[in-house]
Design a protein around this ligand. Structure first.
Ligand SMILES: [Mn+2]
Length: 145
């Protein structure tokens, strides 16, 4: 199992390759706001664990194992963002909240959250009811801040 930090890298590398066709050390460093030397170190670790192959001149290539987990990690992040949005979390908190919890949930929990998101997608009137509860709670003024 990859560590949380390895997960962050694999998630980002997968997205970069999806978006641009390649992932350079400098792009990863910029995206994760870390020093390029940290990226190089982690890339070597990911290579050793067979998530990717690092070739000095060709760059990074994800192995089938790296692609599979990278895809799941990107899905997990996007699902949790949808979930946060759905339950009414303010947009400005969503990204950091997801970054904070994504590594600490079981895949079972992720799948159950997936069910819930699907449930609300399929029955939008429930979402309207949820918004009414939230509105009532906010008006009640008993919200913790
Ligand atoms: Mn993430």
């Amino acid at each position: 199992m990859p560590t949380p930090s390895m997960e962050d890298y694999l998630e980002r590398i997968y997205s970069l390759i999806e978006d641009k066709g390649y992932a350079r050390v400098s792009d990863i460093a910029e995206a994760l706001e870390v020093h390029p030397s940290s990226v190089t170190k982690m890339v070597q670790k990911l290579d050793k664990s067979q998530y990717l192959v690092y070739e000095k001149y060709r760059g990074l290539v994800l192995t089938p194992k790296g692609k599979k987990i990278g895809k799941r990690l990107v899905y997990r992040h996007e699902l949790l963002e949808s979930f946060m949005k759905m339950i009414g979390v303010n947009d400005e908190f969503i990204y950091n909240d997801v970054e904070g919890i994504e590594h600490h949930l079981s895949w079972d929990a992720i799948d159950r959250i997936g069910d819930l998101v699907q449930y609300f997608d399929e029955t939008p009137e429930r979402l309207t009811e949820l918004r009414e509860v939230q509105k009532k709670n906010e008006e009640g003024g008993d919200q913790q801040s």
